[in-house]
Design a protein around this ligand. Sequence first.
Ligand code: FAD
Ligand code: NAI
Length: 468
Amino acid sequence: MAETFDLTIIGTGPGGYVCAVRAAQLGMKVAVVEKWPSFGGTCLNIGCIPSKALLHASELFEEASHSFPQLGIEVGAPTLNLSAMMAHKDDTVASNTGGIEYLFKKNKITAFKGTGRIVAAGKVAVSGDDGATTEIETKNIVIATGSVSATLPGIEIDEEKIVTSTGALKLDKVPENLLVIGAGVIGLELGSVWARLGAKVTVVEFLDRILPGMDLDVAKQFQRMLGKQGFEFKLGTKVTGIEKTDAGLNVTIEPAAGGEATTLSTDIALVAIGRVPFTEGLGLEEIGVECDKRGRVVTDAHYKTNVEGIYAIGDVIAGPMLAHKAEDEGIAVAEILAGQAGHVNYGVIPGVVYTNPEVASVGKTEEDLKAEGIEYKAAKFPFTANGRAKAMLATQGFVKILADKATDRVLGCHIVGKGAGEMIHEAAVLMEFSGSAEDLARTCHAHPTMSEAVREAALGLGDGSIHI
Ligand code: FAD
Ligand code: NAI
């Protein structure tokens, strides 16, 4: 007799595991299905967590080389122990994925190890590595199978020389040259890791700008900062082929608009041109679950697919491919299944690039506001005028706030600076409560903090910033 559950979730990334915990808290009998040896999905195993471990370690390595002497710390040139740095990353991953195992036990969630396939609404078959199949009977199913790296036609990934983010997180030596294809979040974060450790990084980007989707003014200034860190950018350029040689790789590039091809040689090429939803082997076609042209599972506003009892969340559906977006959808769908009013506010999902300085953004960009014909006002405050930033040698960057011209309601906030990824939440909370720039400007901020720059930008939208 197959065991019966209220809810079975396929995939234990941030979408799936968070959904499982909330559903169990709301009284449901929950099962999860995971094909990887450890829980936590892309985020914990090969994404957010390992990349941040390497970003933190490499940032300190860089600071020890360049900032310490100015602070009066003489330690000589630091030496890199790459295998110890990788061990720190692996320990961080293990500790986080182990944490999910604990959460599943604590919340009495049953975990099935193997590949899940939806046989019919209410029925999931799990094939284990040993070839055995288990059938699960379930009232509802949530698809949380995430995404995988997009690839370029004709370019074969070997995860050693031609790598995706997965290979770039475990190179066994610092390459002399790293060619990054795609100036998006992965390219700039992992490019930063290897640049700090000594690689010469060249980024080839199809568009004529970096970080598409981010505020253009922010992206332009950030590109200049990365340039000073040694990044070379080839914008408006596409890669048309990669040839493997004994010495490394010969990469053929062309202007995006067409034109003469040239060749670059490099040791490693990182393909970071986006991610695509993953639904292989789930049996969606057989049971008639609708997907769009980009392979994303189509849902309504309540995460319900066109098949009764089957829902989907996270990277496998439309929207930004971010861990916290997947988590919020996991909570929302669990609440909806429990008869509550689960909801995600897609207008207030922060985005952070964990480079140095960090780039963080929430709400509308200036380009969005112009395209939507919304009359807005903008104010900027530079960290060069912030006392704490000076003390920490962190004066690069600024805070920019965009507010409705008539109502003063904050519509967007964009920060380039050390700790931007933490500071952005002050704007996110304000926006969640439909707050105005004046609300922010009148809120007392501790001194000396980097966050005072956020208040100063808000002051700039009223009677004026104090310190510029
Ligand atoms: P995933 O995390 O992709 O999890 C899907 C899970 O489903 C996997 O465990 C997979 O094994 C399992 N699965 C798939 N099919 C089946 C099946 N048939 N049966 C059983 N199991 C199955 N986002 C951020 O917000 N911040 C960051 O800093 C950040 N950094 C990133 C860095 C990198 C290098 C990468 C690649 C991504 C990063 N992301 C980051 C994006 C983030 O990882 C994803 O948005 C997030 O993991 C999506 O969560 P998910 O639950 O939808 O899917
Ligand atoms: P991305 O969508 O951020 O960037 C891809 C870049 O590649 C774009 O600039 C695009 O114009 C460019 N591109 C596309 N095709 C190209 C081609 N043929 N040649 C040259 N350039 C090309 O995707 P990325 O960086 O791969 O990241 C995937 C996802 O993972 C993103 O959606 C992101 O949200 C998520 N992620 C989030 C992180 C964070 O929140 N800090 C960190 C890493 C990933």
